[in-house]
Design a binder for this molecule. Sequence first.
Ligand code: DC
Length: 226
Amino acid sequence: MNQQQPTLQIAIDGPAGAGKSTVAKLVAKKLNLFYVDTGAMYRAIAYKALKNEIQIEDEPRVSKIARTTEVVLDHSEERTVWCDGENVTQAIRSPEISRAVPIVASYTGVRERLVELQREAAKRGGVVMDGRDIGTHVLPDADVKIYLTATLEERARRRWGELLNAGKNVSFEEVTHDMQKRDCQDIGRKVSPLQPAQDAVILDTTGLSVEGIVAKIVALTREDER
Ligand code: DC
């Protein structure tokens, strides 16, 4: 952990449904930091590719989309995600995008462009950034690195609840199957696969309250600052 950082950087990585975004938003609010949801950036590129009827397997064309699309994450409470001026906050959460995004995220050209944007975002001030490769690749000198995880069943239950709340008619089995497939794709890809950084603190959130996890991360950050 680097003591010379002028601004605080907290990296939160882990598989889908581990609670990263819920926890990261609350930690950011408590410590007055920017929250950067890097998964939303990959989702926005998948959205744009599908919207333009580009085959998701067409790596050169999808990579070009990443280079030419403007993705903006709004730091207000609404956390609006803009893709070339279009509000895609809700649209990028659909099961269709969730199925396409691991393929998009496996492309080197896409990752290079988005990592560039993520590092630029971290230069604007202290950040809590969540994703899959933040501690290992995007912010290797982050002050605090957390790897959040939970059992597949618990993660699928959380994601299923979110989808039902959003009015999506999906079965628990379908969500579990999609999530397991996404885990394999994220862990198995060649470029920046999902794995804990060597200096990450691993937190299993199964059965833990959100408040408890947030308090633990805030305490780790304060310890690091001492
Ligand atoms: O966190 P999420 O479910 O919104 O992430 C969407 C996808 O993007 C997921 O398949 C993993 C990928 N991703 C990634 O490869 N690297 C990141 N830093 C963030 C997300």
